[in-house]
Design a protein around this ligand. Structure first.
Ligand code: SF4
Ligand code: SF4
Length: 376
């Protein structure tokens, strides 16, 4: 039977949509032209799928909700039907000792561990499950897990709970594990965003299945195939940045014309994430449709990027007809359309438009030593 006539392995998803989703995942993980078939085969080999345990530590449950409420084709369909989700406090039926039994058994069977939420280092007792503290659970079960994936900015870096003065001492799971009395070389795959995105999780799990190893990670423990470009690199408002067309204040003419948010605090030039690529709400919209990027996929962004509505320093912005974009403001409206068109053509021809890098100047991804490493 031709592949496209076989039934879909995912309930509620047509074979056509299943293959389409497989192609999307294959593109996301960089699996090459034959990748879609491999991805589809991997998903269909359901019995070989990893067992997944999902823990909730110090968080708001927003990542779980974002995952479960995603629209078709849904990561939730894949995770709940095709991946053996052995334990998730928010979504599972068992409770009490039965739940604890599922948790332990799953690790005995070789589970991957997805963690949502941070570790409260200063007040360990603020998060306790079954009489054990979150930090102790992390240290006890890390060695038993086949791989550990931190989903959402809380689990990766502490997020809002880590905002100064950080009363609970919130830490990302990887940093906690590698801390005093921990596991020095602990490797955690970080999938930050607030909330975490189901596609990032499914793509990472599929990557592990198809490639047989953990993905290459950047300096912050994020898979390079997902976090290799800045928001600025892939932003639909980038042409306006290059043209020096900026929103000066919310609700102004620039806002109505959907110009660039840089001057009202957009952190896109310094933020690595695939938000423009896999988006939200059935992949139809993302933050930049509504306002500036806050940089939520970056370590310590609440502290480092505050105040959130101030422009990032040291980002070179284009000069238009000798006038810096920092200074032109709405005076830009006076620049003739012919002049702007000529400028844009010049940018495109020179290759400057859509050039990569955190500063929009062609710098590459900030690779440092791998913090969260390769395969365990
Ligand atoms: S990353 Fe955001 S949505 Fe997810 S648990 Fe933390 S605060 Fe909630
Ligand atoms: S500064 Fe922000 S809004 Fe402007 S192009 Fe970059 S990412 Fe997009």
């Amino acid at each position: 039977m031709p592949d496209n006539e076989r039934p879909s392995p995912v309930r509620g998803l047509s074979r056509r949509d299943f293959l389409k989703y497989s192609s999307f995942l294959a593109a996301l993980i960089g699996a090459g032209p034959l990748g879609a078939t491999k991805v589809a085969e991997a998903i269909e080999a359901a019995t070989k799928f990893p067992i997944v345990v999902w823990s909730d530590f110090q968080e708001c449950l927003g990542c779980t909700i974002a995952l479960l409420q995603a629209t078709a084709p849904t990561p939730a369909q894949l995770i709940l039907q095709q991946i053996s989700l052995a334990y998730n406090e928010a979504a599972m039926a068992p409770a009490g000792f039965d739940a604890e039994k599922s948790f332990n058994q799953a690790f005995d069977q070789g589970a991957y561990w997805v963690i949502e939420g941070s570790i409260p280092e200063k007040i360990p007792g603020s998060i306790a499950i079954g009489g054990k503290y979150a930090g102790d659970i992390a240290k006890e079960f890390y060695p038993k897990a086949k791989g550990v994936i931190a989903i959402g900015s809380c689990a990766c870096f502490g997020n809002v709970q880590a905002h100064v003065p950080n009363p609970t001492g919130a830490m990302g799971v990887g940093a906690w594990l590698r801390g005093p009395g921990g596991i020095p070389n602990a490797q955690v795959v970080n999938l930050p965003r607030c909330p975490g995105h189901g596609d990032d999780l499914v793509a990472t799990l599929i990557y592990i299945i198809v490639m047989g190893k953990l993905p290459d990670l950047d300096h912050a423990g994020r898979p390079l195939f997902l976090y290799g470009q800045t928001i600025h690199d892939t932003c639909e408002r980038r042409a306006h940045f290059e043209a020096g067309e900026f929103v000066e204040q919310f609700g102004d003419e620039g806002s109505q014309k959907r110009w660039c948010f840089y001057k009202v605090g957009c952190k896109g030039p310094a933020t690595y994430a695939p938000c423009a690529i896999n988006r939200w709400n059935g992949r139809t919209s993302w933050c930049i449709h509504a306002g500036p990027c806050t940089g939520c996929s970056e370590d310590n962004f609440w502290n480092d990027f505050s105040p959130l509505r101030e422009p990032l320093p040291n980002i070179p912005v284009p000069a238009i007809q000798g006038v810096s974009a920092q200074n032109i403001g709405l005076g830009l409206a006076a620049v003739t359309g012919v002049g702007l068109a000529a400028h844009l053509v010049g940018q495109t021809v020179s290759g400057r438009l859509f050039k990569g890098g955190p500063n929009g100047n062609g710098e590459s991804h900030p690779q440092a030593e791998k913090k969260d490493g390769d395969q365990k």
